[in-house]
Design a protein around this ligand. Structure first.
Ligand SMILES: CC(C)(COP(=O)(O)OP(=O)(O)OC[C@H]1O[C@@H](n2cnc3c(N)ncnc32)[C@H](O)[C@@H]1OP(=O)(O)O)[C@@H](O)C(=O)NCCC(=O)NCCS
Length: 407
């Protein structure tokens, strides 16, 4: 058995393992060219961050690592995202995926990545596998599904609510000439507002617009969306209609995703309403939309589907994670009892956090998501110091913080 990174000649074989492991890839009938295009258009995945196990002279197991910078309470920090974990069906249950994941965790620990994480389908076997490997459930995506009249009704409700603009918008389709504007709007209205978002380079923007490559399995059509100009205040919406993409072989071609909207608070409802209308007029019958936590009220509560994908994470390089917290808060952090808790030392005592609580706080995943955690935020120590120190992230709903002395 040998573990190594990949070369261009491996891509066909990797696509075969992926087709044999994921229904969606099988249906999309992905091949080496698909992966080549993926690497070319997304600078956060590469041959050097794709790892395989070789056995009997063939590739039997693969994992791709998405190397991104994520915005957290600690600032922008490196995040190793595990994706496309797959073992050839004939070679399963022999420990290959486990060995590969252990190798990768050590590799990224050595590279100084403070956090490693992934998205797992809630309740799927892989979810349990990762829990056993020490990954914590951090949050769930809450996807809304709007069907037919929901689309029209939501659009008119948003317009009626009285959010208006003093300017009629100038609306133009997004093209590759829009990259600089999109990038600025992303930075101003998304990346500086929300935690848990990823840094995006111009090359990544170019890839999104050339191929619609937004998440790994979205590849296959051109970026679609609109740029809005309200008397100088700009906004955009980026959508993914399935009918024009490779996904139309496998998913309902009359459905579309709203991938993201960048707008200030005042114009966001207007842009959302216009986007819903435009999609409806294109013949779209179902819309999938994951609103950011502070925009959930804009779509009806009963259009909620939970839990969808689960964000799981754990500290990768503990020392690095700890020193980032120490630098940020200028306080000593102690990891004790074999990862049972982290303690931040203050002059008047310490505050202890379970590792998952601390990860949630540092990743800024509090507030709207908290009600779906069993453990919530578990801490021990001076409640007042805690609220003062972390008020920016905890201020939403402090009653979800559970004071505990069980570790
Ligand atoms: C998940 C998958 C990658 C595991 O690969 P593998 O090489 O067989 O895994 P391993 O032999 O190293 O086993 C890993 C763990 O999964 C468990 N496992 C293996 N097959 C399993 C199964 N069919 N059902 C439940 N658990 C299983 C093992 O017991 C082991 O758990 P442990 O670490 O507690 O001992 C493989 O089954 C696969 O390709 N599945 C389809 C694709 C997929 O779902 N990928 C994960 C989502 S990103």
């Amino acid at each position: 058995m040998r573990i190594r990174t990949v070369e261009p000649g491996d891509l066909g074989e990797i696509a075969e393992v992926l087709r044999g492991s994921f229904r969606i890839y099988n249906c999309m009938d992905i091949d080496g060219d698909y992966l080549e295009k993926l690497f070319r258009t997304d600078d956060t995945v590469s041959l050097d961050s794709t790892f395989v196990v070789e056995e009997d002279g063939r590739i039997v197991s693969i994992t791709m690592i998405v190397e991104r910078e994520i915005r957290t309470v600690l600032g922008w920090i490196p995040f190793a995202g595990i994706a496309n974990v797959a073992t050839h069906p004939k070679y399963r249950g022999r420990g290959y995926a486990s060995k590969l994941l252990s190798y990768i965790e050590d590799y990224y620990k050595d590279k100084g990545y403070p956090i490693i994480g992934l998205l797992a389908g809630y309740g799927e076997p892989a979810h349990r596998i990762y829990r056993r490997r020490g990954f914590y459930d951090i949050s769930y995506y809450r996807e809304r599904i709007l069907v037919l009249e929901d689309i029209v009704n939501t659009a008119s409700m948003l317009k009626k609510r009285g959010e208006t603009s003093s300017h009629e918008p100038v609306i133009v389709p997004i093209t590759s000439a829009s990259i600089d504007t999109l990038s600025k709007l992303y930075n101003d209205d998304i990346a500086s507002r929300y935690y848990g978002v990823f840094k995006r380079s111009s090359r990544r923007w170019k890839g999104i617009l050339e191929t619609g490559q937004y998440a790994t399995w979205f590849l296959g059509n051109h970026g679609v969306g609109w740029l809005y100009d309200y008397g100088g205040r700009k906004a955009y919406s980026l959508v993914y209609p399935i009918k024009e993409s490779i996904l139309s072989r496998c998913r309902d071609p009359s459905a579309a995703y709203i991938l993201e909207i960048a707008a200030d608070n005042r114009h966001y409802p207007l842009v959302l309403a216009d986007t819903l209308e435009k999609l409806y007029n294109m013949g779209i019958k179902t819309i999938y939309y994951r609103p950011p936590p502070d925009k959930e009220h804009l779509v009806e509560k009963n259009r909620l589907v939970i839990p969808d994908e689960t964000l799981m994470a754990k500290p990768c390089n503990q020392e690095r994670f700890r020193s980032l917290i120490e630098e940020k808060y200028n306080k000593k952090v102690v990891i004790e009892k074999h990862d049972t808790y982290y303690a931040i030392q203050y002059r008047f005592g310490t505050i202890k956090f379970t590792p998952d609580s601390l990860l949630r706080i540092m990743l800024g995943v509090t507030g709207a998501f908290e009600e779906y955690f069993n453990g919530k935020i578990r801490v021990q120590g001076n409640y007042r110091i805690l609220l003062e120190e972390f008020s920016s992230v905890l201020s939403y709903r402090p009653h979800y913080i559970v004071l505990t002395d069980k570790w």
